[in-house]
Design a protein around this ligand. Sequence first.
Ligand SMILES: [Mg+2]
Length: 230
Amino acid sequence: MTRRIKAISFDGDMTLWDFNKVMRHSLSLTLGELHRKVPGISDSGLTVDRMIEIRNTVAKALKGKVLNLEEIRFHAFKQTLVSVDWPDDALAAELNAFYLKHRFEDIELYPDVIPALDLLGRDFTLGLLSNGNGYPDQCGLPGRFRFVVFSQDIGVEKPGEEIFLATCKLAGCDPDELMHIGDSLESDVAGANGIGAVSVWLNRDGKINDSGIDPDHEVSLLTEVPSLLH
Ligand SMILES: [Mg+2]
């Protein structure tokens, strides 16, 4: 490594925690809550997969209009209730609050996260840079990050240059003094490469990279990162 790294930004979903797992778990609990509140809905055939489909359709329709992910999730619950012929905005708001509580409180960090942050936090300014809404304080990481950047606040998602430059500003470093680590070649690695930061691809599952996007480094665990820096 020739460049001197001052700050390290981490992606959240699928890098620090398994978002898909906590999302499905929380939707399943919310579906149970819906069955409890409106017993007749049990016959509607509503499933977690269907709820995910509805959420994705709603998110696509709201793209550019609504950036806040909690708000998008609320609209998705509204639409879910419409889909089972039970339109009820107050119930949608209740389900959304129930979902969000579990979505944050039931999150599980990957086992390498705390050991890696312990090691890296001694020498580097650490932060979160996420297109999601995993607030560190609610996700088992209070006080771990000196800067937190969410695309829903900046108005631009990774790999956009603006969000990476905003990260450097908050981290107090130049682009080539930032290392960014994430599981997505398209969002994390391409975005970091785009501003001349050091990109690290976290490839937990040993995927083949046929994207044409080349990371500066590839690791399978976050605990491999300190050895890249010494
Ligand atoms: Mg990710």
